[in-house]
Design a protein around this ligand. Structure first.
Ligand SMILES: [Cu+2]
Length: 182
């Protein structure tokens, strides 16, 4: 069983490299040059969040993977959502979610995928990945603040063997449309 994560990984790296990390944080003398920038940001976010039981409940949406298709809500309301992933297939699958650029469409991405084109120029935000072995449900979830009027790409980038096509070419590709604000 192989995985074709390279395209996704390069997309993540691309975003990370564009983050501006001030020099004094990157090489802070008191931390011995370790890389605290990420930790600092996480701590700040945690400190601002109210305790878990005071947060408003998030709508929970489930994405189910089969060999080789996704079941998911085709349209959702704007705002924060919590995505749960269930792999009901036999193969290993992932759900990889990215926001499609304003003005671009899922149809354009599907056409590019069909001919192994580069879809990165049509995406403007990477939201992350949940993945699971066949028949498994990962404990992790993905929280995404869905923007009104936008479209989100869902894809699985795994392949069953080194020579078989990626699952997004076998049907594990789709998009969620977010309703416009009232
Ligand atoms: Cu898959």
């Amino acid at each position: 069983m192989s995985r074709t994560f390279s395209r996704r990984r390069s997309l993540h790296n691309h975003r990370r490299n564009r983050l501006h990390i001030p020099h004094h944080i990157r090489r802070h003398p008191q931390t011995g040059g370790r890389k605290p920038a990420r930790l600092h940001r996480q701590q700040r976010v945690v400190a601002q969040d109210p305790p878990g039981d005071l947060r408003p409940a998030l709508p929970v949406d489930t994405i189910v993977a089969n060999d080789y298709a996704f079941k998911f809500p085709p349209t959702l309301a704007p705002g924060r959502h919590r995505f749960v992933f269930i792999n009901a297939g036999k193969q290993r699958h992932e759900i990889n979610i990215a926001r499609i650029k304003s003005g671009a469409t899922y149809r354009q991405i599907a056409e590019l995928d069909a001919k192994d084109g580069d879809i990165e120029p049509l995406l403007d935000e990477d939201h992350g990945v949940l993945h699971a072995l066949g028949g498994a449900t990962p404990a992790g979830t993905l929280d995404i603040d869905l923007v009104a009027g936008r479209e989100y790409l869902l894809e699985c980038g795994f392949s069953d063997t080194d020579t078989s096509p990626p699952h997004y070419k076998l049907g594990m590709s789709g998009s969620i449309k977010v309703r416009r604000a009232k």
